[in-house]
Design a protein around this ligand. Sequence first.
Ligand code: CP
Ligand code: NVA
Length: 313
Amino acid sequence: MKHLLSIESLSRDEIHVILDLAARMKSMRGRLDKHPLRHQCWALMFSKSSTRTRVSFEVGIRELGGDVFFLAADDIQLGRGEPIADTARVLGRMCHGAVIRTFAQSDVEDFAKFSGIPTVNALTDDEHPCQILADLQTIVERLGNFAGRVVTFIGDGACNVPRSWLWAASKLDFELRIAAPAQFQPDAATIARAFPGAQKREGCFENAKGGRLIVTDDLDEAARGADVLYTDVWVSMGKEEEAQFRKTQLARYQINNELLALAKPGALVMHCLPAYRGLEITADVFEANADTIFTQAENRLHAQKAVLAMLAE
Ligand code: CP
Ligand code: NVA
C-alpha cells in the first residue's frame, strides 16, 4: 500500500490487514519494539478544522518514532494560490509522508502523484477513510464482527462519511442502509461505481461477497432491526451557507430514543464527531452511548498507526 487516499482505492484484503494490525497497535500500545517511522518527518497539511484527526495523527506518528509538523493550509503559500502540484513537489523533497485534510479529493490525489511520498486522506468532501477504518475496528470490538451486520446511517447521506461507508459495504460483507431525504442521498454514479453490474432488487444493491446497500428516505424501515445506528453532522465543513436549509430538510433524520427502539436490542449508536445535540442526535442518546462514541474517537489513533506502519514498509 503506497497511499491511503480513499476506501474506494483499498482492497477487501487491505482493509482486513489494516484492522488486524489496528487491533495489535491497540493491545501493544506503549510496548512496541519497532518504530517504523524512525528518522522520518511527516507533514500534516489541513485546510479544514480538526480535533480528533489532527491529535491522533500527531500522537500516532510520534509513537511510531517519527517527527511531525502541522501546516494550516491558509498559512502557507498554498493559501495564496500556489498550486497543489508545486506544494507537493516541495514537501516531497523534504518530508517522508503527508496527511492532508482538504476539500477536493483530486487535491489529495494530485498531492500523492506529484510529491511521490506516502499520502493519507485525512478527510475530503468525497471520503473520510480513516474514520471508517476506526469505526469498523470499533464494531469488531463491540459486536465481534461486522459480517452479516446491518449498519444504518442516518442524516446527510451524501457527505464524506457515508460515502466512505458505501465503499466499505461494496467490498465487505455487511448491509449498509442510508436513510436520507432524496437530495441528501448518495449520487447514482457513485453507487454504480461501487456496485458495478449490480441489479437493484427491491431497492437493494448487492456485491458478490454479501455486501449490500439500501438507500431510502424511510427512516423507520432503515432503523428496524439494525445492529448499528450511525450519524454525522447535518452541516459538513464547507456547507455552512446551507446550514438553515439543511436543518429544515434533515430535521426528522435524528437518532433519538424512539428510533433506537426500532433497532436490534443492544444496537450500537455511533457518531464520528463532532456532535450537535438536539440536531442529528439527542443529548440523552448521545450520553447513553458515549463510551462507544469515544471509543470510535480513540480508535482513530490505533487504526491510523496501522495505516502509517503499512505505508512505511
Ligand atoms: N471525526 C473527525 O474527523 O473529527 P475531527 O474533525 O475533529 O478531526
Ligand atoms: N461530514 C463531516 C465530518 C466531520 C468529521 C464534515 O465533513 O464536516
